[in-house]
Design a protein around this ligand. Structure first.
Ligand SMILES: O=C(O)CCC(=O)C(=O)O
Ligand SMILES: [Fe+2]
Length: 410
């Protein structure tokens, strides 16, 4: 390691990185319809029940949604971004939407603004397109400073000399802190165009001492981000379990005693992005994953038309994925989202994916409330350790999926 193609900046893609022709990314992918949610006003019972309904629809239909920072959202509400986020709207509709929200911005405080504007947005969109339930998670409480700090210290880490990063190098997927490239370097058949640092993060005091101490602000900045993200995951999971009829605290203590595995990814520019991938198609073994990305590259498989769609990279936005554990808990009502990472030839991309799950050996199974005569249990119980054992012996790049191994054939 340190000598991989992506680390050396080769001007071509070597054979071992070339993915099968069918898996090669299109260079002009469609943009995903990102469901949108505003978390503001959660303590108001009427607002909360609307929110739960919106989240339920997003999880069922898409398996993901996005949260926005308040300040990032201001940038996001430019006409340009509207076009990317709502590609199904005509130019006149876009302009109308944009004018409405800009007007609100002038007359309201930011917090009032977001409550109102999000409602307005949802009403407008539902009128225009009743089949689309839009969701934007805003007011999620992680400040722009915290998000920017995590991305910048991550980037500084990857810019360090290989000698230092090599201290964390390992192909052993059971290690709580490790640096690597691809998935399992040199072991899997096809290699992927990324480098990564993975580390456990919750409870912070148990793990932070094992994290890199260079860059000097790494522990501090990443620590702030992971703590805020853990709180957000709890809040969102409360809404999700409530939407399943299980109540808002169904998973709270298990998540609190559970794991938060941070995968900090760096995808250097790739000279032939049409031939390789940053990560192959996979779903996450988590209950929820929260992804922070600094530029586009993440794609999700839209199950409606079985095509890959690009997730728009809105500055500071957080992407929330339903993971395998939530699919199991809901007995398949909510599906974990299949996603992959594509590359570009110009610029390094950084992403931080936080996988929130139950404890290493705590088994997840379908909630008994989700199982009846009509909906037989579709999943065997499993825990994070089972997943790690699986990936240590199987090649995800070749299509192996842990989730498939725990599905019960009906
Ligand atoms: O880079 C991304 O946007 C997503 C990364 C990812 O899917 C993962 O680390 O599991
Ligand atoms: Fe992932």
């Amino acid at each position: 390691m340190g000598k991989t193609a992506q680390e050396r900046g080769l001007s071509y893609v070597p054979k071992c990185y070339k993915v099968q022709p069918l898996d090669r990314p299109k260079m002009d992918p469609k943009i995903a319809n990102v469901p949108l949610i505003d978390l503001a006003g959660m303590s108001d019972p009427t607002r909360r029940s609307i929110l739960i309904h919106e989240i339920a629809n997003a999880c069922r239909r898409y398996g993901f949604f996005q949260c926005l920072l308040v300040l990032a959202a201001v940038e996001y509400y430019s006409l340009f971004h509207y076009h990317h986020v709502f590609p199904f709207l005509s130019p006149t509709q876009l302009l109308f939407l944009w004018e409405c929200t800009v007007l609100e911005l002038l007359t309201f405080q930011l917090s009032d603004y977001w409550n109102l504007a999000a409602y307005q947005l949802i009403c407008i969109l539902q009128d225009l397109s009743p089949s689309i339930v839009p969701m934007l998670v805003i007011n999620h409480g992680i400040s722009k400073g915290i998000v920017d700090g995590a991305l910048s210290t991550a980037s500084d880490f990857f810019n360090l000399p290989t000698q230092y990063k090599a201290n964390f190098m390992s192909n052993d997927v059971h290690k709580p802190v490790r640096y690597g490239s691809s998935l399992k370097d040199g072991v899997d058949k096809v290699q992927f165009w990324r480098v990564f640092l993975k580390h456990y993060a919750h409870p912070l005091k148990d793990w932070i001492g094992l994290w890199p101490h260079t860059p000097l602000d790494y522990r501090n900045k990443m620590g702030e981000y992971v703590e805020a993200a853990q709180q957000l995951a709890q809040m969102i999971m409360g809404l999700i379990t409530e939407s399943l009829g299980l109540g808002p605290t169904y998973l709270s203590s298990k998540l609190d005693e559970g794991m938060q595995v941070m995968t900090v990814n760096c995808y250097p520019p790739c000279p032939q992005p049409q031939l390789a991938l940053g990560l192959p198609a996979h779903s996450d073994y988590s209950s929820l994953t929260i992804v922070l990305q600094d530029s586009p590259g993440l794609q999700i498989l839209d199950t409606e038309d079985n095509s890959w769609k690009m997730v728009p990279a809105i500055p500071g936005a957080l992407q929330v994925h339903v993971g395998d554990q939530l699919e199991v808990l809901s007995n398949g009502k909510y599906k974990s989202v299949v996603h992959r990472v594509t590359l570009n030839s110009e610029k390094t991309r950084i992403s931080i994916a936080g996988l929130h799950s139950l404890g290493m050996d705590v088994k997840m199974e379908a909630a008994k409330e989700m199982v009846d005569e009509e909906n037989r249990n579709g999943y065997r119980e499993s825990c994070f350790r089972d997943f790690l054992d699986f990936i240590s012996k199987n090649d995800i790049g070749e299509g192996s999926s842990f989730l498939n191994t725990i599905k019960i054939q009906k």
